[in-house]
Design a protein around this ligand. Structure first.
Ligand code: SF4
Length: 321
């Protein structure tokens, strides 16, 4: 499989300063040594609790924030080194769908102007091409052309998210980061939006990083699954392999937190304790403060990534052999 992105040793450490003098008094270790490939035409599901670094990783890949160190290789070029001007082409090829469709659309702009804006930013001045594309996209997302003269507040959350998706794909990008794109929506609408993303992925040969804390959605939409904990990838595998044969205790805990329908009862096991502060992460394995299988060495030594089968890697000493 060919990689669209190769992410190498990516770190994002935010300085924490004291209020008055601005002296650095510590760091928030949001991403730590992340190594990850995103293959062409796949949907990579990224799962983890809130505060695990998922959105920070998505934002670093899109260079919406500058990582502290590391590389994000896209078509052979490290985009972390590029200037704003050099990033112009990349910006049209890589787009973000936000979690909250109420915040991502400017309420003062009509839908037509919201969809036209990406063309203006990218200096596409052919009005005929622009208008034809806008009409095509609005039909593709299951809406009628009459919506183009209306404002975002006239639409429901699901409709707004459709419009936000239309805006993200209107310049025919290669790559989308979908950051919790359905978590702000009613459960009844979530499946429609997820199915729309799957349809668009096929139609436009998109590659997608789909960020979610909801494993049932990750299971439905993803080709591969990566799990994050305190700024590190802890397990990565193809979807079927992950759901059948997950190895990391954190993956097990996340899956145990999903309601399981047994023969005659619903069983729910909750992950105990909170995720530690990324400002003061545990030494050794970052999961050791919550891990039921913790050993002495886990407290001081960081586990490597161990390959348990082809393309299935786990960062846990239990998989060492
Ligand atoms: Fe648990 Fe140790 Fe594995 Fe970390 S390395 S997940 S603490 S068993």
């Amino acid at each position: 499989m060919k990689s669209l992105f190769e992410i190498k040793n990516l770190n994002m450490h935010y300085p924490v300063t004291d209020g008055l003098l601005g002296n650095i008094k510590g760091y928030v270790y949001a991403l730590n040594n992340v190594n990850l490939n995103i293959y062409e035409n796949e949907i990579l599901g990224l799962v983890g609790e809130s505060g695990s670094g998922k959105s920070t990783l998505g934002n670093c890949i899109l260079k919406l924030i500058n990582p502290t160190s590391g590389e994000v290789i896209f078509y052979g070029e490290d985009i972390t080194k590029k200037t704003k001007k050099e990033l112009k082409d990349f910006r049209s090829k890589a787009q973000l769908i936000f979690q909250n469709p109420y915040m991502s659309l400017d309420p003062r702009m009509k839908i037509y102007d919201l969809l036209k804006e990406p063309f203006i930013i990218n200096k596409v001045s052919d009005k005929k091409t622009t208008d034809e594309t806008i009409k095509k996209i609005i039909n593709l997302i299951g809406m009628d052309e009459e919506v183009l003269s209306r404002y975002p507040h006239e639409f429901s959350g699901g409709q707004r998210q459709r419009i936000a998706i239309a805006r993200a794909i209107i310049l025919n990008p290669k790559f989308i980061v979908a950051d919790e794109p359905v978590s702000a929506l009613d459960v009844s609408i979530q499946a429609q939006i997820v199915n729309l993303l799957l349809k668009l992925k096929e139609k436009f040969n998109l590659t997608m990083l789909f960020i979610s804390h909801d494993l049932s959605i990750i299971k439905y939409i993803s080709d591969r699954v990566a799990v994050m904990y305190l700024g590190e990838i802890t397990e990565i595998a193809e979807k079927e392999e992950f759901f059948k044969n997950h190895k990391h205790p954190y993956s097990q805990a996340l899956l145990n937190a999903v309601p399981v329908i047994n023969e005659d009862k619903t069983k729910k096991i909750i992950l105990s304790g909170d995720i530690p502060s990324p400002q003061n992460p545990p030494t050794g394995c970052k999961f050791h403060t919550r891990c039921p299988y913790v050993m002495e060495k886990c407290k001081t030594k960081q586990p490597d990534f161990y390959e348990v089968s082809q393309d299935h890697k786990v960062r846990c000493f239990l998989c060492e052999n």
